[in-house]
Design a binder for this molecule. Structure first.
Ligand SMILES: NC(=O)C1=CN([C@@H]2O[C@H](COP(=O)(O)OP(=O)(O)OC[C@H]3O[C@@H](n4cnc5c(N)ncnc54)[C@H](OP(=O)(O)O)[C@@H]3O)[C@@H](O)[C@H]2O)C=CC1
Ligand SMILES: CC(=O)N[C@@H](CCC(=O)OP(=O)(O)O)C(=O)O
Length: 318
């Protein structure tokens, strides 16, 4: 039996990568709109209501509009935008969050796909906050280094140059952004990490297309139980044991890593965690590396789609 899937926003960066992952599959029948119809409200409404599952890869306002167009109660929705990520009526699409999340996603009709920066931050902090190693009141700082595809078509055009934009190749500049410390992922980062207050979060966009590194530095001596580096690593390792897409590097691998490259997991749905540390200083740096368009967006959306369709969770993903 094939499942009908409509990707609203298929021509965009996230949508295109989802299509590439789905069009090879014999169990999926993609509902597609021609280029002149892809923003036509009537055509979209028909497609949205005739699918078994829809994946919204749109700006927030267009995603909210798309959801309002759905009147078929059987349609399952996976939204890649920020619009519903902290909405209590929606299920957060991070299956590895805790023991119950996968089943909740599988049973849900409304799933919000996590933000790219948020994915790394939550993967690093949630298990430690849940275990009480990081108290929920603890002040946390995080930095993220992202490839420019994180900013969608307009940022790709800025960095790669596009004749229709009158730009030259390589014009995009690496930069610190969200300097007002109010990045749009803060609400989901706070809610799903279990922290009481938002982290101080500063992202940097760099001149490579795909990949992302989130880091959360910790003064271990400032934590109430003064855990050592191994205790942090062991807890994260136990939390993600058996997961197909999230892995914690062992001590030897992290010691030998030397450097972490942002693009090392590009074109995969993998997320790798390192726990770096300096025992003499009693400090640690929690690092998550993955593809902003893999586990940070398109890959995660396909993983969630597989869960709602009741097929193998890793189908079509590497
Ligand atoms: N890029 C990333 O790494 C990540 C993106 N996301 C989220 O995914 C969503 C899509 O982002 P991204 O793919 O990067 O963005 P893009 O700008 O690359 O793509 C958005 C697409 O939506 C189309 N679109 C805009 N408005 C409408 C409308 N009213 N009806 C139909 N189509 C419309 C655009 O059309 P047109 O081609 O004409 O501009 C474009 O093709 C956003 O909410 C983003 O925040 C989430 C995680 C990571
Ligand atoms: C480089 C860049 O600008 N990246 C985007 C994040 C992309 C993303 O995760 O999209 P959502 O906001 O829908 O989650 C940003 O930081 O705002």
């Amino acid at each position: 039996m094939s499942h009908k899937v409509f990707i609203d926003g298929e021509a965009g960066t996230t949508g295109l990568q989802i299509r590439e992952r789905l069009e090879k599959r014999s169990d999926i029948e993609l509902i597609r709109l021609s280029d002149d119809k892809r923003k036509d409200a009537g055509a979209r409404k028909e497609a949205l209501n005739s699918a078994d599952a829809v994946i919204l890869c749109l700006p927030d306002e267009a995603a909210i509009e798309a959801v309002s167009m759905i009147d078929n109660p059987d349609v399952r929705v996976i939204d890649a935008s920020t619009a519903f990520r902290t909405d209590a009526a929606w299920t957060y699409g991070f299956p590895e969050l805790n023991d119950g999340q996968r089943a909740e996603i599988a049973a849900s009709k409304r799933i919000s796909n996590p933000g790219c920066h948020a994915t790394g931050f939550i993967a690093l902090t949630n298990p430690l906050v849940e275990a009480g190693i990081i108290p929920s009141f603890f002040p946390i700082t995080a930095t993220s280094l992202t490839g420019y595809s994180g900013g969608g078509k307009s940022m790709i055009a800025e960095f790669e140059g596009a004749p229709e934009h009158g730009q030259d190749r390589g014009k995009g500049h690496e930069r610190l952004y969200a300097t007002g410390l109010a990045h749009k992922h803060l609400p989901e980062m706070t809610l799903y990490s279990g922290l009481e207050s938002p982290p101080i979060f500063t992202p940097i966009v760099a001149n490579f297309p795909q990949g992302l590194i989130v880091q959360v530095p910790l003064h271990l001596w400032a934590l109430p139980d003064e855990p050592d580096i191994d205790a942090i690593r062991n807890l994260l390792t136990a939390h993600y044991l058996g997961e197909q897409f999230v892995r914690v590097a062992n001590a030897e691998e992290s010691e030998e890593a030397g450097a972490v490259h942002g693009a090392m997991l590009a074109n995969t749905n993998q997320l790798l965690i390192h726990v770096f540390g300096n025992p003499d200083q009693d400090t640690a740096n929690l690092v998550a590396v993955f593809d902003n368009l893999g586990k940070g967006a398109s890959g995660a959306a396909v993983q969630n789609l597989n869960l709602v369709l009741g097929v193998e969770e890793g189908l079509g993903l590497v």
